[in-house]
Design a protein around this ligand. Structure first.
Ligand code: NAP
Length: 437
């Protein structure tokens, strides 16, 4: 169905993260009369920019200015504090809007699938990152960091983020927006050893050179790598640019000696998790030594137990299944054909393609889905925003608009001290009450 010009095309996007905003931007960039409501269960916009990007990576968070510009348009509205399923159903939205786009990300941790995974002290990267980033769902996590060592599983950028946040000093975090509740615990912790564990080798690692390189510039922590786990320079000419740069960083780390820094960060390759050990809580992790052939990892049968009082698996994410939405259980995404789930129902970002790429990857993703929608769906005289507002009034729901969010943001900036850009609130009632006044 081609788009007709005889009315407004009403689009509801669920999820106010990067994928949602890039989709809204692309949908409203042309001449067609398209109006978008970006709905989020939280009273705060920007999704992973706020709750996923590391608190000491403020420059990456600047991209939210672009989303803010999208929100200044009359044809785009942020509807915060409105939860799909709790406050309004998908069916209701489908009746009100010509198109519903799921941009709900991937909020569940991929399971490790080994014994001991459910022990207290095993905290997946979803909750752990959410905790130090003031996500309301995880503000009360309260991990016990009166421990000597931590095992961070995975060789991606999330593993690097988690290890770095645990290793940095209060001084190094002074210009960050690390959650106050997390700063209290992390900066009083007794952690001496942080391990980043990769099941494959340095050439297969998913972390990027810039993020890896930061680990060699920490105030109180030295990063240690076993040079025997690195390939010699004869392979360098066969490597990609990123691999080469990673090798430069890793070889520099292999030259480090402990010196007098009180914390050590060990990057260990060729170790796959076999079981998490402990009775009432985690006390270690059993690892098997591996080797890699044709990119695949195989166990050597040689195992060891690494003592650890906290295990943080950072091994990727899955989208949360939703009632009536077909789910691809293997990939952990909604079943879709290039973003199309069913007539008038689309998905974009991590819930479409899986948890890959950078924030910027969502830009072409959003543009692609917007083009597909505009080519496939016509305005059909639905009520859109007006209908949603009627439901909100009838159910006495307290939605948070973009102007309301700006009040919350101003209060967060106001509360900041020193070089910190803001104090991020995590209490939903507090945020809604600031928005109301
Ligand atoms: P990722 O890049 O996919 O890395 C996941 C890691 O977990 C891989 O090393 C993977 O190893 C390992 N893994 C998976 N299953 C495992 C298992 N059962 N046992 C042991 N290891 C296992 O995922 P991510 O770190 O969660 O990052 C998600 C995306 O966000 C990525 O695209 C990342 O670059 C991006 N991100 C970017 C930044 C930044 O730019 N600063 C920061 C954070 C995240 P195998 O390779 O062997 O499967």
């Amino acid at each position: 169905m081609a788009h007709s010009d005889d009315g407004t095309l009403w689009v509801a996007i669920i999820g106010a993260g990067p994928a949602g905003y890039y989709t809204a931007e692309a949908l409203t960039a042309g001449e067609q009369d398209v109006r978008v409501d970006i709905i989020d269960r939280l009273p705060t916009p920007f999704g992973l920019i706020r709750a996923g990007v590391a608190p000491d990576h403020q420059s990456i968070k600047n991209v939210s200015r672009r989303y803010e510009a999208t929100n200044q348009r009359d044809d785009v509205r942020f509807v915060g504090n409105l939860s799909l399923g709790r406050d309004v159903t998908l069916k209701e939205l489908q009746e009100l809007y010509d198109v519903v786009v799921l941009a709900t990300g991937a909020a569940k941790d991929r399971p490790l699938g080994i014994d001991g995974e459910d022990l207290p002290g095993v905290i997946g990267s979803g909750p752990f990152v959410g905790w130090y980033n003031s996500h309301p769902d995880y503000a009360d996590l309260d991990p016990d960091l009166r421990i000597a060592s931590v095992a961070v599983i995975g060789n991606g950028n999330v593993a690097v983020d988690v290890a770095r946040i645990l290793a940095k000093t209060a001084n190094e975090m002074a210009s960050s927006d690390l959650a106050a509740h997390a700063a209290d615990i992390i900066h009083k912790s007794s952690i001496k050893d942080v391990y980043i564990l990769g099941r494959r080798g340095p050439l297969e690692a998913a972390f990027t050179p810039k993020e890896l390189g930061e680990l060699n510039r920490l105030e109180n922590c030295v990063t240690l790598v076993d040079g025997n786990q690195l390939p010699d320079s004869s392979v360098d000419e066969t490597l990609s640019g990123a691999q080469k740069k990673n090798m430069v960083a890793l070889r520099a780390m292999a030259e480090n000696s402990q010196g007098d820094k009180p914390v050590r960060l060990h990057i260990q390759f060729f170790r796959r998790p076999m079981a998490i050990i402990g009775e009432d809580c985690v006390c270690g992790i059993r690892l098997e030594e591996t080797y890699v052939e044709d990119g695949k990892c195989f166990g050597t049968g040689k195992t060891e137990v690494l003592p650890a009082g906290l295990v943080v698996p950072c091994i990727g994410y899955r989208s949360s299944p939703l009632p009536d939405i077909p789910y691809d259980d293997r990939r952990g995404v909604y079943q879709n054909d290039e973003g199309l789930i069913a007539e008038g129902l689309y998905c974009v970002g991590w819930c479409r393609r899986g948890p890959t790429g950078t924030i910027g990857t969502n830009k072409p993703d959003g543009k692609g889905i917007a083009e597909k929608i505009l080519a496939e769906v016509s305005a059909s005289g639905r009520t859109g925003r007006e209908g949603l507002d009627a439901i909100v009034a009838e159910r006495d729901l307290q939605i948070v608009t973009f102007q309301d969010w700006k009040k919350i943001e101003a209060a967060e900036i106001d509360a900041a001290e020193g070089d910190a850009p803001r104090v991020k609130f995590s209490d939903l009632d507090q945020m809604v009450s600031i928005a109301e006044n």
